[in-house]
Write a protein that binds this ligand. Structure first.
Ligand code: PBG
Length: 334
């Protein structure tokens, strides 16, 4: 058992260093910066098109030309990286998600256009089939509706190579199939993409916080059943460490925990156990929760944003995927 020193009050007063703003600034253990953020952007077809997402107030889908403008905003705010998600047109969705392999799909168009106009911003691209399938699942289904692992991994390899060829910097598999990190790494090496990184959605939970995202990519209404036979059970922590260990062994450059706030214990355990770059995704439902709280006056919006994002840093995150990235960067840039 740890022992504690005898009470030393008044020699020790914990409030002393908190007494003024300069002293609080001096003693801060963690500091947020716009460089901590990855900003998710939703892409839609068309030109000069902005489509607000009702369940994600303040977040829109952007046509590729406007996504380029958002990328410029992000770069000038000091945000180093964007995460791209396409809302695939309905007639391009299929049982097998083949549109994911189309070199001219929305994702690839957005990658090329942004890389062309803003070459210095990083692009993280989601690998999973849900924005491309008519059933909203992340992989291929057998007759029983089960997402089959190995055949799905084969398609994910093709999807990753397609994104890398278009110019993606970080491939981010969010599908939770077994063995996909190693398979994708091997294919990237073989095809001349040695410097394309992989950020593994290593510990991704079957969460109720993804609802607004599924609206944003148009898969909510399509999704049959749930994703519990591939995404993790929220009851499990040790299992997340096994997932992370496997993804690192297979060649992941960084790992992600998702959702964020309810899973900061997992972030801390991963950081302690592996001390590798660990990111967390403050997901759509978390964003919506903060916006809803602010809208009814339950808390100050700016303060809620900065407090929650600081909590990610304190837990051990290298960076955070957050829909509040631009708001937070504006607050931090003053
Ligand atoms: C899809 C994917 C999801 C999110 C990121 N990639 C949704 C899901 O797994 O159903 C959720 C992100 C968010 O809620 O903001 N593979």
């Amino acid at each position: 058992m740890p022992t504690f020193p005898a009470p030393a009050y008044p020699a020790i007063r914990m409030r002393r260093t908190r007494a003024s703003a300069w002293s609080r600034a001096l003693h801060a253990e963690h500091r947020l910066s716009p460089a901590d953020f990855i900003w998710p952007l939703f892409i839609t077809a068309g030109k000069q098109t902005q489509e607000p997402i009702a369940s994600l107030p303040g977040v829109s889908r952007w046509s590729v030309d406007l996504a380029v403008a958002r990328a410029k905003d992000a770069a000038s705010a000091g945000i180093p990286c964007l995460a791209l998600f396409p809302n695939t047109e309905a007639d391009r969705r299929s049982d097998d998600g083949a549109e994911a392999l189309n070199p001219d799909n929305l994702m690839c168009q957005a990658i090329r256009a942004i890389k062309d106009a803003v070459p210095d911003i990083g692009l993280l691209t989601d690998v999973a089939l849900d924005p491309y399938t008519v059933h909203g699942q992340d992989g291929l289904l057998d007759e029983a509706g089960y997402v089959v692992n190995d055949a799905t991994v084969d398609v994910l390899i093709g999807q990753s190579l397609n994104q890398a060829a278009a110019g993606a910097d970080i491939i981010a598999p969010s599908d939770m199939m077994d063995g996909r990190i190693g398979a994708i790494r091997e294919a990237l090496e073989a095809e001349g993409h040695a410097n394309v990184q992989i950020m593994a959605y290593a510990a991704k939970y079957a969460s109720a916080f993804y609802g607004p995202f599924r609206d944003a990519v148009g898969s909510r209404g399509l999704l049959k059943g749930d994703k519990k036979n591939y995404q993790m059970d929220p009851a499990n922590g040790a299992e997340a460490l096994r997932e992370v260990a496997l993804d690192l062994a297979e060649g992941a450059d960084s790992v992600m925990v998702k959702p964020g706030l309810p899973y900061l214990d997992i972030v801390a355990r991963v950081k302690d156990a592996f001390d590798v770059p660990v990111f967390a995704y403050q997901v759509s439902g978390e964003y919506a929760m903060i916006e809803a709280a602010a809208a009814v006056g339950a808390g100050d919006r700016d303060a809620l944003i900065l407090e929650t994002l600081t909590a990610f840093k304190r837990a051990g995150c290298t960076g955070v995927l957050t829909y509040h990235a631009m708001d937070a960067a504006r607050l931090l840039n003053g």
